[in-house]
Structure formats: structure tokens, C-alpha cells
Design a protein around this ligand. Structure first.
Ligand code: CAA
Length: 390
């Protein structure tokens, strides 16, 4: 019998502030329905200067890290495209903040929004080779395109942490991936700026093309079809995007399968609609949203996962829900957290957006009062970032 490997735990963190996208639309002279319906985003998480991928990643993992056997950990990977240093990985800082053992391999992975899946697949292979060990994979990002830019409505911030193990409690990650890569310029971020550059329409076309090619390859390799899936989760740069891709293949399914996949897709977008794009973590935010909002799913259901990272890599794989997966979720707490966040006016959102630490060697002290997580970036001193545990 083959060993089951997959996601044993899931943790989520997103900043405590958001901007209402209907209000942002009005401020930008856009019909609010374009943002709410056309793009499919209602709220957008806004990070204060004291939060970055390290603090958000540590906060997401802190949801379960004290409940697991840390001595089993052999690997810690941070998947991010908004890292805090060009050399040193944020993963080693997270290792310290979480009091993880010293004898673990710890590093960061980059390939746009694919970095979380790259980390997950590396962790899967690691556990396959070392079944008594576990791996912590964190996908964390801050999506920034610039005030009043075309991509502004698709910004966001947050992190999803996953523990990968043998005999996982939540979902297996099957060894059935179909993937493809190609050197294209649809979205990128040069090293001199913290604002992403995107060819909006072109990136949307490429996402759909990569989905279609990965799905066709997956069907060829596995003999599976849409009827075999309870749900298909997609990377969600904005909630309409995955549906644009799915719509191109859904007509191949019968009506009942289409209804099920449409309904579950809608549930997979609940959290993204309120948080925005978290790049590497977006696909796993969709998974969390689906599992914590879908009442009809049951153990044994096969869930499809489509990962897309601009530049570009696409991958389709699947997993099975495990017997007691509901006992390892935290839906009520996640929803209560999202509901209690502080809404910023557009002016306050713009001020917080502009308060981000500059690309400059200056000493900075951040506003401690603006963070709610357990970990905070206190500032920068002598060009070293100062992280604290609260
Ligand atoms: N009521 C309802 N709908 C409306 C409307 C209204 N009043 N006004 C416009 N719309 C609809 C449009 O019809 C359109 O619908 P369809 O997409 O179904 O045709 C939708 O709103 C969007 O309108 P536009 O195409 O005019 O939007 P835009 O030119 O402002 O661009 C965007 C939207 C491409 C997402 C842009 O915000 C962007 O560039 N974002 C960043 C790049 C991105 O997210 N790319 C996604 C693929 S790349 C990827 O996945 C990696 C990643 O994470 C970045």
C-alpha cells in the first residue's frame, strides 16, 4: 500500500486592516460593480509597516506550531515573491521566532505565485523519503501594484502555513501532478521596486492557457475527468480569474457536475474576496475557504488544485479529504477574525500603503500599536530588521 502524504495542518494570517473596494472604486472614479462583480473583490487587506512576509508567515504557523511535535520537523520552506532580503531567507527568521529546532533545513523559494506549491511539492518529496519527518511550508506575500494603478484592486496581504506529513489529517497531496513552464513576461517585479508590473490582459490569457494545458496533460496522465472532482481550487489573483479558466472546460461536464463545481468554486473564493491576492498563498487560501465553508464535502472527496505563478509555471494536482479533516480546521475563528478587522477610509489606506519601509538604509521605528499578531517588525537599525515576539 502506498503511503499517504499531505497537508496535516493549515494556519492563516492576514493583517487587521482592510479597505472597502466599493469605497475605493468611488475614490478612483470607477463603477463599484466593476470591482465587486467584474473583478470579484469586496475588501482588501492592508498591512501596516510592522508586518511583512516574515511576521505574517510566523503568525500563520503559530496557529498550530505549539500543537505539533517540533522535533520531527526536518524542513522549513518559505515560498514568497515579496521577500525582505535579496540574500538571506525570511525562513531562518521564522525558524527563530517560532522556536523551531536548529537541525532543520531552512530556506526560501521564489517563482512568483508558484512558490507555495514549489515548497509543498518539495516537502512532499522530503516526507516520501523520510516518512517519520515533517515539513513546514509557509506561503506569504504582500501584493502591491501602486495607488490608482490598474492592479490596485487586486492587491492584498497574508500568509498560509501548512504542515506536511505522512498520514495527514486534512488532505493528501497525490503524486499526480501535471505541470509546465515557459519564459514569458506577463507579471514581474524588478529588484529596484516594491511595486509589481503586470500586463493585465496578457497575464489573464496566459493563466487560462496554462490552466488548459496543465488540465489536458493531467487528464491524459491520469484518465480522470471533471466528474471525479468534488471541487477544483485555483490560484486566485482575483476571484473571477479561476472561474474564467474553469469556464473553458466546464461545458465538457454534465449539468450536475457543473453545478457542484460552480458551487464549490464560489465557496473557495470567500476568503480571497475579503483579503485579496496573497500571491504564493492564494491557492491555499482558496483551499482553506472551501474546506471551512463547504458543508457538503465529505472524507474521500477528491479536490483539484491549480497553481499558477507568472513568468510562468502552471501545475494541476489533486488530494483526498481525510476522515477527520473538519476537526483540524479553524473556520469559526478565521471568520470571526475577518469580521472584526478595522476598516480604513481610502485616505487612511493610502497613508498606510505609503508608510511601508523604504528601500533605503535609514533607521526606522514602526508603530507597535498597529499590529495584532504575535510577531512584529519593530523597525530597522543599522540596516538590520528588528523582529520581536509580543
Ligand atoms: N459592472 C460589472 N462588471 C464590470 C463593470 C461594471 N460596471 N465594468 C467592468 N466590468 C467587468 C468587465 O466586463 C471585465 O469582465 P471580464 O473580465 O469578465 O471580461 C472585468 O470587469 C474587468 O474589467 P477590465 O478587463 O476592464 O479590467 P482592467 O482592465 O481594469 O484589468 C486586471 C483587470 C487585469 C485584473 C488588473 O486589475 C490587473 O492587471 N491586475 C494584476 C494582474 C493580475 O492579477 N493578473 C491575473 C493573472 S496573473 C496571475 O494570476 C499571477 C498573479 O497573482 C499576479
Amino acid at each position: 500500500m502506498t503511503m499517504k502524504i499531505g497537508i496535516d495542518r493549515l494556519g492563516l494570517y492576514s493583517p487587521n486592516y482592510y479597505v472597502d473596494l466599493a469605497e475605493l472604486a468611488v475614490a478612483r472614479g470607477v463603477d463599484p460593480n466593476k470591482f465587486i462583480i467584474g473583478i470579484g473583490q469586496s475588501e482588501q487587506a492592508v498591512p501596516p509597516a510592522a508586518e511583512d512576509v516574515v511576521t505574517m508567515g510566523a503568525n500563520a504557523a503559530s496557529e498550530f506550531i505549539d500543537d505539533i511535535d517540533k522535533s520531527q520537523l526536518g524542513l522549513v520552506i518559505l515560498g514568497t515573491e515579496t521577500g525582505i532580503d535579496s540574500s538571506k531567507s525570511g525562513a531562518v527568521i521564522i525558524q527563530r521566532l517560532l522556536d523551531l529546532p536548529r537541525h532543520v533545513r531552512t530556506y526560501e523559494i521564489k517563482q512568483a505565485c508558484y512558490g507555495g506549491t514549489a515548497g509543498l511539492m518539495t516537502a512532499r518529496d522530503y516526507v516520501a523519503a523520510h516518512p517519520d519527518r515533517t515539513a513546514l511550508v509557509i506561503a506569504a506575500d504582500i501584493a502591491r501594484y501602486g495607488l490608482a494603478s490598474g492592479g490596485e484592486v487586486t492587491q492584498g496581504a497574508g500568509a498560509v502555513a501548512m504542515l506536511i506529513s505522512a498520514n495527514p489529517h486534512i488532505m493528501t497531496v497525490e503524486d499526480d501532478s501535471a505541470f509546465l513552464s515557459a519564459d514569458i513576461m506577463d507579471f514581474w517585479r524588478p529588484v529596484y521596486t516594491d511595486l509589481a508590473l503586470a500586463k493585465g490582459k496578457y497575464s489573464t490569457e496566459k493563466y487560462i492557457e496554462f490552466f488548459q494545458q496543465a488540465w489536458a496533460e493531467y487528464k491524459r496522465n491520469t484518465g480522470l475527468d471533471l466528474k471525479d472532482f468534488a471541487a477544483i481550487n485555483c490560484h486566485l489573483p482575483y476571484t473571477k480569474m479561476g472561474m474564467k479558466a474553469l469556464k473553458t472546460v466546464l461545458p465538457d461536464a454534465d449539468a450536475a457536475d457543473q453545478d457542484r463545481l460552480n458551487a464549490n468554486y464560489a465557496l473557495s473564493t470567500n476568503y480571497s474576496r475579503r483579503i485579496g491576492n496573497i500571491y504564493t498563498g492564494s491557492l491555499y487560501l482558496a483551499l482553506l475557504s472551501l474546506l471551512e465553508n463547504a458543508a457538503t464535502l465529505t472524507a474521500g472527496d477528491r479536490i483539484g488544485m491549480f497553481s499558477y505563478g507568472s513568468g510562468a509555471v502552471g501545475e494541476f494536482y489533486s488530494g483526498y479529504l481525510q476522515a477527520d479533516y473538519r476537526d483540524y480546521l479553524n473556520g469559526a475563528a478565521h471568520k470571526a477574525y475577518l469580521d472584526q478587522r478595522v476598516k480604513l477610509s481610502v485616505a487612511d489606506y493610502e497613508a498606510m500603503f505609503n508608510s511601508k519601509l523604504p528601500y533605503a538604509p535609514d533607521d526606522v521605528v514602526t508603530d507597535a500599536a498597529l499590529t495584532t499578531g504575535k510577531f512584529r517588525l519593530a523597525g530597522v537599525k543599522d540596516q538590520e530588521r528588528q523582529y520581536v515576539r509580543l
